[in-house]
Write a protein of this length. Structure first.
Ligand SMILES: [Cu+2]
Length: 445
């Protein structure tokens, strides 16, 4: 039966069940399972939705989540467990789930989940290690939704002990679960790999603001996952050398004594380390300009009298968004004017608006009366349909002037143009990805 995936697909009319699923989620997901005998049935429930999140320091983020946090819930099982994950799509757009801990094509069972629908996948956790999961509506949507905030960590604790644990005869003093991930301002930057922020567990400099407390000599284990979705990280402790590192977190993949671990998108490590002294140890992705300086820094504060903590979990913080954020990051929507600057075109300019990474770019364009504006679809994945495709259109949803426009669905490199005859503000969306928003401001020349 191993490695065999069972599907139990329940089509749903499930508003009543949603509450039950939410309750089940808080009851079942999360929590350390170490000590359970192997081979148990472990049930988890995830809820997909559109969300606005507080990501710290007066900044909010609008995207998609599992269970309302970015990263989503951390799930842990033991090697050999049977894992059942139910996904309820509590949104108006299609979502799904891809779970790397299964040696099986899980998106066949929990991919492409329509609004209001619930699907379940069951698999056995055959390989120990630290795994990524992410949204999987299918096709182009998989990439867009993963960038949009839908990802998390799934840990399969091994039957075989890690070397240091066996040698010391005890579990680590502290388990630190870290998901490194990028935040993008828009789909153009996503294409170009130009992250706005790079975070540990959902917040810039989260563990600089709240250092992780430890004592000299503590046995610390990191579960480190680089979600990406684009950048390759080099995780390092300033003032330390990693004692034991395990690629993917599998006890069979042991190496010793390195200054860093290299992780492409979705790569992971288990790192066992004895804290060598008192003092701060800065945790950092050593890609300084593209990652560390943008948020991928944390601190372990080591002192003899540090308060005792047993774990640091990887879920994003669950706090409601603040009321007047200084910045509103919305990769698919209009975002903040100070981030998503209006681009002012002049008479005689060629005026192109790209559709790229499920966003319009520039999101706001100012054009003189009489302008012809051309939209061009730079998304390449133009197969499939609905949430799974990179085909887009432009449709007016509100206007203070008389001009209205509605294009055909554009495939890659196809264009649509329209002329603006009167001043006004014209807001538009993509009819099949309605969270994509753009604005044309027509001014008197
Ligand atoms: Cu999704």
């Amino acid at each position: 039966m191993k490695r065999k995936v069972f599907s139990r697909i329940m089509t749903a009319t499930l508003i009543g069940l949603a509450a039950a699923f939410l309750a089940a989620c808080s009851a079942d997901s999360g929590g350390n399972t170490a000590g359970n005998p192997a081979g148990e049935l472990r049930r988890f429930t995830l809820v997909t939705r559109s969300d606005t999140l507080n990501i710290g320091d007066g900044v909010t983020f609008e995207g998609f989540t599992f269970d309302g946090t970015m990263p989503g819930p951390q799930m842990e099982v033991n090697e050999g467990d049977t894992v059942e994950i139910t996904v309820f799509n509590d949104d108006s757009v299609t979502h799904g789930l891809s779970i790397h801990a299964a040696n099986a094509q899980t998106s066949n069972y929990v991919g492409n989940i329509a609004p209001g629908e619930t699907k379940t996948v069951t698999f056995t956790a055959d390989y120990p290690g630290v795994y990524m999961y992410h949204c999987a509506p299918g096709g182009h949507g998989i990439m867009a939704h993963t960038m949009g905030g839908q990802f998390g960590m799934f840990v399969v604790e091994p039957k075989e002990q890690y070397r240091m644990e066996a040698e010391l005869g005890r579990e680590p003093d502290i388990k630190i679960y870290i998901v490194q991930h990028e935040v993008y301002a828009d789909g153009r930057d996503f294409f170009d790999g130009k992250a706005l922020y790079v975070m540990f567990n959902g917040e810039n400099f989260r563990y600089v603001k709240e250092p992780i407390q430890a004592r000299p000599g503590d046995y610390v284990r990191f579960y480190y996952l680089n979600v990406g979705p684009n950048l390759t990280s080099t995780f390092h402790a300033v003032g330390g050398i990693w004692d034991d590192i395990y690629y993917g977190g599998n006890p069979k993949n042991l190496m010793h004594g390195t200054q860093s671990v290299v992780s492409g998108p979705t790569d992971s490590w288990v790192i066992d380390w004895i804290i060598p002294a008192e003092g701060p140890f800065t945790l950092v992705s050593h890609a300084f300009g593209t990652q560390a300086i943008k948020g991928a820094i944390g601190i372990i504060q080591s002192s003899e009298d540090a308060p005792r903590i047993s774990e640091v979990r990887s879920e994003g913080r669950s706090t409601p968004p603040i009321e007047n954020p200084k910045r509103f990051v919305s990769p698919f929507g209009l975002g903040s004017e100070t981030l998503d600057h209006p681009v002012r075109f002049r008479d005689g300019d060629r005026m192109f608006i790209q559709m790229v990474g499920n966003s319009y770019w520039p999101k706001r364009a100012e054009v003189p009366v009489g302008s012809t504006v051309t939209w061009i679809n730079e998304d390449v994945f133009d197969m499939l349909e609905g949430e799974r495709t990179g085909k887009h259109d432009v449709v007016t949803i509100s206007a203070t002037g008389p001009d209205r426009f509605a294009s055909e669905l554009l495939k890659h490199a196809e264009t649509f143009e329209t002329v603006f005859t009167e001043p006004g503000e014209y807001e538009y969306i993509c009819s099949i990805h309605p969270y994509m928003r753009g604005k044309i401001i027509v001014y008197e020349d």
